[in-house]
Design a protein around this ligand. Structure first.
Ligand code: FES
Length: 188
């Protein structure tokens, strides 16, 4: 049986998409570069908002894929807080990343239902295919591998997500096919 895929609703505004495009184009021009316009657009959106620190950090990460230090400095200035405070908040929550990620994030579910349905085998296959361990990015910058607890679609176990698309009822062959499709799109 072939894998089942499900695209999650993106839930982002036109402004966020625009900021994301700007950020991605800046990353393409110069790896590691941060376009301050994208950060300012995020900060404008949260101007005057109470408790804006976490939403700002989330938007920065959604835009850049991680929390670049220059973006944190800009945010700290606008939020009138020391950078150390923003870093303190970010390190408290496991959702935040401090290193750049690949173009696609591959999340292999290790929740109970997926574990019972063979998540470990799927993980082995992904690791073999990508030749990276959990938390690592492939040398070509195409994939970052993450393990997660539950993706919320347990009836499709075992499940993995690539970016916003969930692939369920996976087999080893299906994992290879899915990853191959993304490689094909990237021309690698
Ligand atoms: S346990 Fe894997 S999706 Fe819930």
């Amino acid at each position: 049986m072939s894998e089942q895929s499900h695209s999650a609703a993106p839930g982002v505004t036109v402004e966020q998409r625009r900021a994301e495009r700007v950020a991605k184009s800046s990353i393409r021009r110069r790896p590691g570069a941060v376009d301050s316009r994208a950060v300012r657009a995020i900060l404008d959106r949260h101007e005057g908002e109470r408790g804006a620190v976490i939403p700002v950090l989330q938007d920065i990460q959604n835009t850049f894929g991680y929390l670049p230090r220059p973006a944190l400095r800009l945010a700290a200035r606008r939020l009138h807080r020391p950078v150390s405070e923003l870093l303190g908040v970010a390190t408290f929550y496991s959702q935040f990343r401090f290193r750049p990620v690949g173009k696609h994030i591959v999340r292999v579910c290790h929740g109970t239902a997926c574990h019972v349905a063979g998540a470990e085998r799927m993980s082995d296959t992904v690791r073999q295919e990508l030749r990276v361990d959990e938390g690592e990015t492939t040398p070509d910058g195409l994939f970052t591998l993450e393990h997660v607890a539950c993706l919320g679609c347990c009836s499709l176990a075992p499940v993995m997500m690539v970016d916003e698309t969930a692939y369920g009822r996976l087999t080893r062959q299906a994992v290879r096919r899915v990853l191959g499709r993304y490689r094909g799109e990237a021309g690698t």
